[in-house]
Design a protein around this ligand. Sequence first.
Ligand code: FEO
Length: 409
Amino acid sequence: MPEVRIEKLCTDPELYIIRVDDDRIRYFEATWDIPEGITYNAYLMKLKDAVVLFDTTKAEYTDMFMETLKKLADPKEITHVIVHHTEPDHSGALPKLLEENGYKAMVIGTTFARNLLQGFYGNKVVENFRAIKDGEEMKIGGKTFRFITVPWLHWPDTMITYVVEDKLIFSCDAGGGYGIPETIDDSDEKVIEEYLPHVTKYIVTVIGHYHKYIVQNINKLKDLGIVTEARMILPGHGLAWCRHPKRIFEYYERVGAGIPTKDKVLVIYDSMYGFVEGRMGIVIDELKKLGKKPIVYRFTDREAPAVSDILGEVPDSEAIIIGASTYEAEIHPRIRYALYEILDKANYEKPVLIVGAFGWGGVAGKKIETLIARSKFDLVDTVESRGRPTEEDEKRLREAVRKLVEWSG
Ligand code: FEO
């Protein structure tokens, strides 16, 4: 059952997290399988003469959110609502919050955010909207709030807030991840280790299409000096980074840049009647002989892994091997979809080997080659032939794997 957790993060300033743990969701953005669930984090800061709310939550959890918020403050006391990003997983409860607030709070965000909020929720929510410029500072409750735009992390509307005196970064989607961590913050290494793969999956599926902006925007924040000095990084999903805040942005940078884990090779294939599988058995055997660690996802008449999980494996792979059947003069539909999403969301400079099997005509290999040629991936070789693999096929497959491994260094 979804629940709301509340925890005081610090006393000076008085700061709370209001975390909605959504274990009911199955498909984030109606697309990405997340059996691990997700959290939506809002933060409330109580200052001398101001009460500031940073983001809200998803609309379906509005009542739970409001009930919990009221344990901390009367909604009428809220003087400022900072909207870092308008995607409704963070802004869904804003209309109700403002209604209970009597529309007194100043709503702060980018001009882009204003237009989106108006489109999503109508004119009333933007009546008291204050659009900020990149780098603009505002004094609120005796503190300096600096607003920094980070476009495409994850929408063009997105910004972060830096509270200068306290060195706090409120980063919304940036620094977030899927999953419902046991702890609120990064105080437990075991929790972090379990959580980080969900972060990779989140980055690729949600921000992956814009992954070059991850590195670009984090560099922008680094150049401003605020990452090094940050006391906390407080994202809109997952763990709050209170102990080692830099760690999450460093992790984001590595995923954004596609830094490989030594020897990891991602192997994806379909096999309807075992012909592709016969080839992939040879490929996997050769990879292991060469000291590589294949991570295998296969679509068969008994298995259909989640494409979101496959996407999460791409950034830190050294190389990728795609095995596909030709199906109605096309790439097998499951591989076609997985490949389409990889090229859209996880488009990295990594070597690729294509392996194909066909009955009366080989088409999948050529079609995958065409798609790879338009991407950042480098095609190392294509090995495609009819029916079950022959001795000659085995020789060619082993050679192609050796070539791939050499290529990936
Ligand atoms: Fe968590 Fe882009 O919203």
